[in-house]
Design a binder for this molecule. Structure first.
Ligand code: DQA
Length: 156
């Protein structure tokens, strides 16, 4: 198991900063990634970030995380969250920690956002805390990592 977290960002997240700031805030994707990377560095983790507006690129990023034996995937699949069975299936075949993250709270928004194809195959979902959502996702990764490390060393 490597110490790398794959941070995966879906369609339109490259426009954060100018994209509907009343909903998503004014922070750019690059700023979110830098903050996540710095937080990860402090707990001994590296970050590989992939953003794409194309579903297949995101599927391949998940495959790559598996091939790299990554510790975790933190994924904001953006609108693909609500209809991508390909991302769901790719995540199902990744054995590490999986956290779904959203800046806004999709359940408090339009009906089409109330479904997540990913929810059933991830460890958990964090939504609605804007930039803090990424901090909380990282905290969840670390908590899961530490829990499995201590259960591995528990006397039988
Ligand atoms: C989002 C929520 C999705 O419904 C939306 O399509 C996005 C961003 C979020 O982070 O709040 O693009 O994933």
């Amino acid at each position: 198991m490597s110490n790398v977290v794959y941070l995966i960002s879906g369609p339109n997240l490259d426009e954060l900063g100018t994209r509907e700031p009343a909903i998503y805030g004014a922070t750019t994707l690059q700023q979110h990634v830098e903050r996540f990377r710095e937080g990860a560095r402090r707990v001994g983790l590296g970050v590989t970030h992939v953003q794409s507006n194309f579903e297949g690129d995101l599927v391949e990023a998940i495959h790559q995380a598996r091939l790299d034996d990554a510790l975790a995937i933190v994924i904001n699949a953006a609108s693909l969250t609500h209809y991508s069975w390909s991302l769901r299936d790719a995540l199902a075949n990744f054995g590490g920690i999986k956290i779904e993250v959203h800046l806004s709270n999709p359940l408090a928004r339009e009906d089409f956002r109330h479904v997540s194809t990913l929810a059933a195959v991830v460890d958990g979902s964090i939504a609605g805390f804007r930039e803090l959502s990424y901090d909380l996702a990282l905290a969840a990764v670390v908590a899961r990592r530490d829990a499995s490390a201590s259960s591995a060393t528990d006397p039988a």
